[in-house]
Design a protein around this ligand. Structure first.
Ligand SMILES: *[C@@H]1O[C@H](CO)[C@@H](O)[C@H](O)[C@H]1NC(C)=O
Ligand SMILES: *[C@@H]1O[C@H](CO)[C@@H](O)[C@H](O)[C@H]1NC(C)=O
Ligand SMILES: *[C@@H]1O[C@H](CO)[C@@H](O)[C@H](O)[C@H]1NC(C)=O
Ligand SMILES: *[C@@H]1O[C@H](CO)[C@@H](O)[C@H](O)[C@H]1NC(C)=O
Ligand SMILES: *[C@@H]1O[C@H](CO)[C@@H](O)[C@H](O)[C@H]1NC(C)=O
Ligand SMILES: *[C@@H]1O[C@H](CO)[C@@H](O)[C@H](O)[C@H]1NC(C)=O
Ligand SMILES: *[C@@H]1O[C@H](CO)[C@@H](O)[C@H](O)[C@H]1NC(C)=O
Ligand SMILES: *[C@@H]1O[C@H](CO)[C@@H](O)[C@H](O)[C@H]1NC(C)=O
Ligand SMILES: *[C@@H]1O[C@H](CO)[C@@H](O)[C@H](O)[C@H]1NC(C)=O
Ligand SMILES: CC(=O)N[C@H]1CO[C@H](CO)[C@@H](O)[C@@H]1O
Length: 551
């Protein structure tokens, strides 16, 4: 009775209702802009509501490495523009989290490695600068698998990020902090990077959308590198439209002499507004190749839910008029392709040495990859996860290089694979190729690798992929809404516009995404004097990943 009176009092009292803060749950760029431009909420209120949600629930998933101390003062500056009637920019006051391998002038860029804890870029990477120009509020940095080298999202600086849908599982990776954070509404969207799977595995494991763009569409400068051939960067978001808006801003960097792959962008792909071109296409008559080799059809607790979700989703697309074309060519074997053609072992050291020795990189940091992994018993600063020993390709990278004669034949193999993929498209007149991002559910905490992922095909050929939620495993005690399952939609180079439209149709048709249980509650925005300090929980690192130095 008392609470009913309170509710009534609230309904009748404007003062009470104004104090009700912005609701960050599942907020989109459009919903934030609606709140701001209709005068419902200030930018400070919007940003505070996300910070409050992070404060309230980050301890459950451990997705954050740093919050930006300037986030609230940036919001105040944007409020000044708002009241001057001068709010412009596609991302005006949109809270964004960055994977902590994107250079930022105002926060360290660590790759989630203790060895880079003090590494401080003097300038933003070009994609980050573009976000700020478009009005984004950089809320902070998200955890990743250490140096983006695996898909478990565990690191010496950030500890283990936990899947918000199932506290016994990893969030995918390597951009797992970004994925978990976006799923939990810690930001409207976040950035990721993708060398093999890393924009797609976290989208798949957190019921989100992402795009791995065609290599060259977005400059990779100012991002901690791994592979010239395979690295790409892009957004992860809760809707296709937000992915499209974010991609438009990130691609606005255009030609960048410091990343020569950006010279590949054809004139027809310069300056596209990907969000404005979303509504035009339908699925009727679209020919989708289904890569049967990218499934594991052996029944099991971890595989059956993926196969069931994919079969159900594809059957809905068929009902909507899509034509499914089975592709059974034996060359599409992700394990075999990765074993033969992955380039990281040849390219990592040269790129990392260039990154670490750049005059634009300040703060205490090792000067080379070899130094980064050198035994350093003098203090905690040299600590890292036992990565070279854990990952053969990193051990090899410490001695190998692009001068290795095997590298030339690997590059020839990639050209062959790329031509074979173009031939599959042409022969079957395909609009896209679809398959599960991962053949099994995202792995449990403590597993040694994120097995079963299919990202290698796009990683080597540079073809673009949009990842969409495909379904969930059955709900269980650990996973109250089920474990998310994602599908990759792979298109031809520079086909981002068509791919995003297709994904938009899939989104509207299927409405698969659900928020995790931990993000169901409304969190009232606190009135902050200062941005609170969030400390990563290194203590939750699984025993399989002892933090230490390499002896
Ligand atoms: C609007 O903002 C732009 C850029 O922030 C600035 O150059 C311009 O002077 C402002 N105009 C007004 C009317 O405040
Ligand atoms: C492009 O840039 C990469 C990395 O900086 C460099 O290794 C390569 O030689 C460049 N390619 C050409 C053709 O200039
Ligand atoms: C396929 O799934 C089965 C059952 O879950 C599993 O035992 C097997 O290891 C998987 N195969 C591969 C190649 O991952
Ligand atoms: C599969 O799941 C069932 C039901 O949850 C469980 O009883 C069984 O032990 C699981 N099997 C394996 C191999 O984990
Ligand atoms: C391709 O494989 C699927 C399932 O593995 C099978 O049903 C189909 O008949 C095969 N198609 C061709 C043309 O071999
Ligand atoms: C895929 O390749 C792996 C590694 O070469 C091999 O063990 C496996 O049998 C292949 N799978 C199929 C279905 O041919
Ligand atoms: C090892 O640690 C010392 C003291 O912290 C530091 O001066 C040195 O640069 C470190 N060496 C490497 C290779 O990181
Ligand atoms: C060249 O590459 C191969 C394949 O990764 C590797 O086994 C070998 O150690 C490399 N050679 C040198 C000299 O680095
Ligand atoms: C690439 O294809 C050519 C022509 O079919 C073939 O001769 C060559 O062996 C292939 N190379 C690799 C590394 O697969
Ligand atoms: C470069 C680096 O990691 N510096 C850190 C070394 O350790 C001290 C104490 O743990 C930190 O304060 C530094 O930031």
């Amino acid at each position: 009775m008392y609470s009913a009176v309170l509710v009534l009092a609230c309904l009748l009292s404007a003062a009470c209702c104004q104090s009700t803060g912005f609701d960050s749950r599942e907020a989109t760029i459009d919903s934030v802009h609606h709140s701001l431009f209709s005068g419902l909420h200030s930018c400070r209120n919007v940003v505070s509501s996300f910070v409050s949600r992070i404060e309230a629930t980050n301890s459950q998933i451990n997705a954050i490495i740093t919050l930006n101390p300037a986030a609230l003062s940036t919001a105040d500056d944007l409020d000044d523009l708002l009241s001057a009637g001068n709010a412009t920019g596609a991302l005006f006051c949109i809270p964004v989290l960055l994977k902590d391998n994107y250079d930022t002038f105002d926060m360290p860029t660590t790759g989630a490695s203790l060895a880079l804890a003090g590494s401080q870029p003097s300038v933003d990477g070009p994609a980050v600068a573009a976000l700020r120009r478009a009005g984004a509020v950089i809320l902070g940095k998200a955890n990743l698998h250490e140096l983006a080298l695996e898909g478990l999202s565990v690191s010496s600086l950030g500890g283990q990020t936990v899947n918000p849908y199932d506290s016994t599982r990893t969030p995918g990776g390597s951009s797992g902090g970004s994925g978990a954070a976006v799923a939990a509404s810690f930001a409207v969207w976040a950035t990721g990077t993708d060398t093999v799977n890393s924009l797609r595995s976290p989208a798949s494991a957190n019921s989100l959308f992402s795009i791995r763009p065609t290599r060259g569409l977005i400059s990779r400068a100012g991002v901690i590198p791994i592979s010239y051939t395979q690295d790409t960067i892009g957004p992860i978001a809760r809707t296709v439209k937000d992915v499209a808006i974010a991609l438009t801003v990130m691609a606005s960097v255009g030609f960048d002499p410091t990343d020569n792959a950006t010279a590949l962008v054809p004139a027809s792909s310069v300056g596209i507004d990907y969000a404005a071109s979303l509504t035009t296409s339908t699925l009727a008559g679209k020919r989708l190749g289904v890569l049967n080799g990218f499934y594991n059809r052996t029944a099991g607790n971890e595989t059956t839910p993926v196969n069931a979700a994919m079969d159900a989703l594809l059957s809905r697309l068929r009902t909507a008029g899509a034509i499914l074309v089975p592709i059974n060519e034996t060359i599409y074997n992700a394990t075999a392709i990765a074993a033969a053609l992955d380039t990281q072992r040849f390219e990592y050291r040269e790129l990392m040495d260039a990154y670490l020795s750049s005059p634009a990189l300040g703060g205490a940091h090792p000067a080379t990859l070899t130094d980064l992994y050198a035994t350093n018993s003098t203090g905690a600063n040299g600590s890292f996860l036992v990565i070279p020993a854990e990952y053969e390709y990193v051990t090899t990278a410490l001695s190998s290089s692009t001068a290795n004669t095997t590298y030339a034949s690997v590059q020839q193999g990639i050209r062959n694979l790329t031509l074979a993929l173009q031939a599959t498209f042409t022969r079957n007149q395909l609009d896209a190729i679809v398959y599960p991002e991962q053949k099994n559910l995202v792995v449990k905490l403590g597993a040694r690798s994120q097995s079963g992922r299919n990202g290698i095909l796009a990683a080597l050929t540079g073809f673009p992929v949009v990842t969409v939620p495909a379904g969930f495993s059955e709900a269980s005690e650990e996973a109250p809404v089920g474990v998310p399952i994602g599908m990759e939609i792979l298109g031809r180079p520079w086909g981002e516009r068509e791919l995003l439209s297709m994904a938009y149709q899939v989104e509207r048709l299927t409405r698969v995404r659900r928020a995790p249980a931990l993000a169901r509650e409304f969190v009232e925005a606190r009135a902050y004097e200062e941005v609170p300090i969030i400390t990563p929980n290194r203590g939750n690192t699984p025993a399989a990943y002892p933090v230490g130095t390499l002896g």
